[in-house]
Design a protein around this ligand. Structure first.
Ligand code: NAD
Ligand code: TYD
Length: 357
């Protein structure tokens, strides 16, 4: 039941990785003083198993729907008051956007505009657009992304997220909508779909499958534990100023090969040895951004947010979570995922083998 007295959060994409962590975060922090509507289309990445512990909360409600459908969004807003919108719903994987960009254009761009329109017409108090550092492009010559770095997206995914940011900005400038944009670096932690680097490597070591490292593994990402991202979003919603952009990052830059080697050694210490022999350097991702790194001084200075989980602890907790939740993982790997995996990776392995000859 959604109560009239509690603030009502509309969390789109709440059945995905960060969205489900954010809903848990809200209940852990505010208990039953908040109402949360999880609005999710349940694409391949949406999984209601992530939220089993929230189902009995009096303030939790799941609504299946598509943010890019004006009908679905209109029906949702017609059902009652919404105070805060946090838009996580997106197609989120770069490699999938290279195979087929169309769902990215529809969900990430048209979907964001539909939410902005209905939020404006229904007096939403704050709209937080969850964006990514990937909209800034690649740092090839050193330095850090600040909020003033020009947008220069290089993949269909990041271009669609940059488009959404522009629409969010336009809603603020044109209509005065109370829109905030956060741009976060790479997240890791529990419930991440195993198409992404860290859970993919953990899953493949468990299954003794090859570990596909793109190019030479020299690309750098700046990693943030997911609960820190959730806390930063909460701070931006409570304290952030409409029209502002806040970068969120963890000052945790690592080359991909360093991450893979670290996971291999943690897994070996947990009874899964031999990971090093599984590494396979494969054909690089087209347009692969070399380096992302965030200057997060604005959110620290203005909103007092600082990450709590250092990388060593976060990666150990993450490996433990996947080892303790292997059924969750295997349910995903045994489904549509295996078709996707073969489509993306078999040609990469074939090309790598040919290049070796
Ligand atoms: P995810 O792929 O795990 O989850 C996306 C969720 O959105 C899924 O539950 C899916 O069912 C839902 N969804 C997709 N299309 C929808 C639609 N049309 N209508 C309603 N729901 C729909 O993604 P994630 O990793 O949790 O990322 C969440 C958000 O955070 C995204 O906007 C992403 O761009 C952003 N982000 C992610 C990272 C990261 O490292 N994962 C970093 C920075 C920003
Ligand atoms: P990913 O988790 O897809 O996040 P993003 O591309 O949004 O940063 O990839 C993180 C890094 O890991 C990126 O540089 C690509 C690389 N990568 C691999 O080397 N092998 C893989 O199988 C995957 C999925 C990613």
């Amino acid at each position: 039941m959604i109560s009239k007295n509690r603030p009502v959060y509309l969390v789109t994409g709440g059945a995905g990785f960060i969205g489900s962590n954010f809903i848990k975060y809200l209940f852990a922090r505010y208990g039953d003083d908040v109402s949360v509507i999880n609005f999710d289309l349940l694409t391949y990445a949406g999984n209601l198993d992530n939220l089993k512990d929230c189902e009995d909360r009096p303030g939790y409600k799941f609504v299946k729907g598509d943010i890019a459908s004006s009908e679905d969004v209109g029906r949702l807003f017609g059902e009652g008051r919404i105070d805060f919108v946090v838009n996580f719903a997106a197609e989120s994987h770069v490699d999938r956007s290279i195979i087929d960009s169309s769902p990215f254009i529809r969900t990430n761009i048209a979907g964001t505009q539909a939410l902005l329109d209905y939020s404006r017409n229904h007096g939403v108090k704050k709209f937080l657009q969850v964006s990514t550092d990937e909209v800034y492009g690649s740092l090839d010559g050193g330095g850090l992304f600040t909020e003033d770095t020009p947008l220069a997206p290089n993949s269909p995914y990041s271009a669609s997220k940059a488009s959404a940011d522009m629409l969010a900005r336009a809603a603020f400038k044109t209509y005065g909508s109370p829109v905030i944009i956060t741009r976060c670096s790479n997240n890791y932690g529990p419930y991440q779909f195993p198409e992404k680097l860290i859970p993919l490597m953990i899953a493949n070591i468990i299954k003794r499958k090859k570990l596909p490292v793109y190019g030479r593994g020299e690309n750098v990402r700046d990693w943030l534990y997911v609960s820190d991202h959730c806390e930063a979003i909460d701070a931006a919603l409570r304290l952030g100023s409409p029209g502002e952009v806040y970068n969120i990052g963890g000052n945790n830059e690592f080359k991909n090969i360093e991450i893979v080697n670290l996971i291999i050694s943690i897994m070996a210490s947990k009874g899964y040895p031999g990971g090093r022999d599984l590494i396979e350097f494969v054909q690089d991702r087209p347009g692969h951004d070399l380096r992302y790194a965030i200057d997060a001084s604005k959110i620290r200075r203005e909103l007092g947010f600082e990450p709590k989980v250092d990388f060593e602890r976060g990666i150990a907790m993450t490996v433990d979570w996947y080892l303790n939740n292997q059924q969750w993982l295997m349910n995903i790997i045994s489904g549509e995922y295996s078709r996707y995996y073969d489509e993306l990776y078999l040609p990469k392995y074939k090309n790598a083998a040919q290049a070796k000859k």
